[in-house]
Write a protein that binds this ligand. Structure first.
Ligand code: ZN
Length: 190
């Protein structure tokens, strides 16, 4: 049955020899390989998945950059989408809130501290720039294996603002030494 199925996909090897997968080194039937592949189907799929996962950050950065370059279009698109799907969005929001009470309360708390920090007054562009600083911190953390934080140069508690020129990327250790800064939050209020 499997043979029949594979044949119709055009993925079948001629002959009945076992093939050793170059990746997992297991001898497998020919139908377990895509045509002209030295790795078995399982390994091939695994490799493709890894590839996608490792490019996630790159894809995210590219999308953010594009959204920043086309911020007017993004704004219009978002408001158009909202007005067209208002009812569904509202319904999903309510459902999410009732299912995730803890998360929602935490979000509210975070949101209030952002309001105090003046974040709500920020323009879309400013917010996007702030977001990039948080992405930078994440990237440096991934690249170096050392935890980096975004730090408010003048702490919020001392009247500092949540704006680009008051933010710096420093190691978590330095940040904790400094004390009295906001916990990790980003410009998206998420
Ligand atoms: Zn394999």
């Amino acid at each position: 049955m499997i043979y029949f199925h594979e044949q119709h996909l055009g993925n079948v090897y001629k002959g009945n020899d076992l093939i050793t997968c170059s990746s997992c080194l297991v001898e497998k039937e020919t139908f377990e390989f895509y045509i002209n592949k030295k790795q078995c189907k399982v390994c091939t799929r695994e490799k493709q998945k890894l590839n996608r996962d490792s490019n996630k950050d790159r894809e995210y950065l590219r999308r953010k950059k594009w959204e920043e370059d086309n911020s007017d279009y993004v704004k219009i698109r978002a408001s158009k989408y909202y007005s067209e799907n208002k009812d569904i969005i509202k319904k999903n929001c309510l459902e999410y809130k009732s299912k995730n009470k803890d998360k929602y309360l935490a979000y509210n708390k975070n949101h209030q501290s952002m309001v105090r920090a003046g974040l709500r007054k920020l323009s879309f562009n400013e917010r996007a720039k702030i977001n990039l600083i948080y992405i930078e911190a994440q990237q440096v953390t991934i690249q170096t294996g050392i935890q980096y934080h975004v730090d408010h140069i003048i702490p919020i508690s001392k009247g500092g603002e949540h704006v680009c020129y008051n933010l710096q990327v420093i190691t978590a250790t330095e940040n904790l030494k400094k004390g009295s800064s906001l916990p990790m939050t980003n410009g998206e209020m998420s």
